[in-house]
Design a binder for this molecule. Structure first.
Ligand code: TYM
Length: 329
């Protein structure tokens, strides 16, 4: 029996190199070996208010981007979360299995609520991990490829599934998180102590978007913050900027980190950054060419409608099973 793999991306803004290297690439590499689901997490996008028209555009971009990055709709079920109504109910059920303290401890919530202040933070930000728990459990998922920042949420999924199974009998499959050894946390190019995000505080100078103009991407890499040691050495503590660039290069080319270090022994940062910029631009160029090929609203709509039909079948079964054991039906 093939393992079930599932992942999703929030369609808020443009996808970044971090999204691709941390999650989508790993999914694409494994999609043939698994029964694979990838979805557009549009319900997660409304945890804070969004412009409806922009959200629609972001969803469509996200579907086209999945295909451009190599997701094959003949091998993978591609769907939009809000098309499968079972996600809402399952998220609701899982919220009620969760302690307040568990959600309060989620690192993402802690960081974001520190900035906004707990009174000012949207409840959506607080409960979205349990929606994510529901997303994963609905499909009897075995493996969830995500970046490091989402690890805690997949671990919560496992804990809650285990708790539910103990209380009500064996209902859910316990998922494993898959965090790739390289590229699981791509850092902001200008502030390599922070993760690369879809938006950053410095005019996005530290973020590379998958649809970014190639000259702009090259400039961002060439002016990425490094240090004055001038050694191409993977040392996350003392050389976070250069280590980040090594991770980016290693993940794109599948070359071992040690081999990159060896090739650059005795050489300076300029030459190294140029290679990173070349490889990033090659990747973006390929993705952007594919994106323009696939970005046809009718075709994309057909793909997600078909995906939603298939996803709904499994989601319905799992939801009914959990409602039965709860005494709801
Ligand atoms: P999101 O949209 O923030 O990010 C999508 C995926 O990209 C990864 N990622 C990164 N990886 C490495 N370096 C980075 N700088 C970087 N930035 C983002 C994220 O870890 C993630 O894997 N809640 C999720 C979406 C979601 C989901 C799910 C994922 C909803 N339900 C069920 C898996 C399973 C989110 O907001 O991801």
């Amino acid at each position: 029996m093939k393992k079930v793999m599932l992942t999703g991306v929030r369609p808020s803004g443009n996808l970044t190199l971090g999204n691709y290297l941390g999650a989508i690439k790993n999914f694409v590499d494994k999609q043939k070996q698994c029964k694979s689901y990838i979805f557009i997490a549009d319900l997660h996008a409304i945890t804070s208010p969004k412009d409806p028209q922009k959200l629609k555009e972001s969803v469509q971009n996200c579907i086209a981007m999945y295909l451009a990055c190599g997701v094959d709709p003949n091998k993978t079920i591609v769907f939009k979360q809000s098309d499968v109504l079972e996600h809402g109910t399952m998220g609701f059920i899982m919220t009620f299995q969760t302690k307040f303290g568990e959600l309060n401890r989620m690192t993402q919530f802690k960081c974001k609520s520190q900035v906004a202040g707990k009174q000012g933070v949207d409840t959506g930000l607080f409960v979205y991990p349990t929606l994510m728990v529901g997303d994963i459990l609905l499909y009897n998922t075995n493996v969830v490829p995500v970046g490091k920042d989402q690890q805690q949420h997949v671990e919560l999924t496992r804990d809650l599934a285990e708790r539910f199974n103990k209380r009500y009998g064996n209902t859910f499959v316990l998922p494993d998180v898959y965090i790739a050894p390289v590229g699981n946390k791509i850092l902001n190019l200008q502030n390599p102590l922070e993760k690369m995000n879809k938006s950053d505080s410095g005019d996005n100078k530290g973020t590379i978007f998958l649809m970014e103009d190639l000259n702009s991407a090259r400039k961002k890499i060439m002016s990425a913050k490094t240090d004055s040691l001038n050694k191409v050495k993977f040392d996350e503590e003392n050389q976070p900027g250069i280590s980040n660039l090594i991770s980016i290069l290693a993940k794109i080319t599948d070359e071992a980190i040690q081999s990159i270090e060896k090739r650059y022994e005795g050489k300076g940062y300029g030459e190294f950054k140029k290679e990173v910029a070349d490889k990033v631009c090659e990747l973006l160029n390929k993705i952007q060419t594919n994106f323009n090929k696939f970005n046809d609203p009718d075709i994309l709509d057909g793909i997600v409608k078909d995906g939603a039909k298939k996803a709904t079948k499994t989601a319905k079964q799992t939801l009914q099973k959990s409602m039965r054991v709860l005494g709801l039906c």
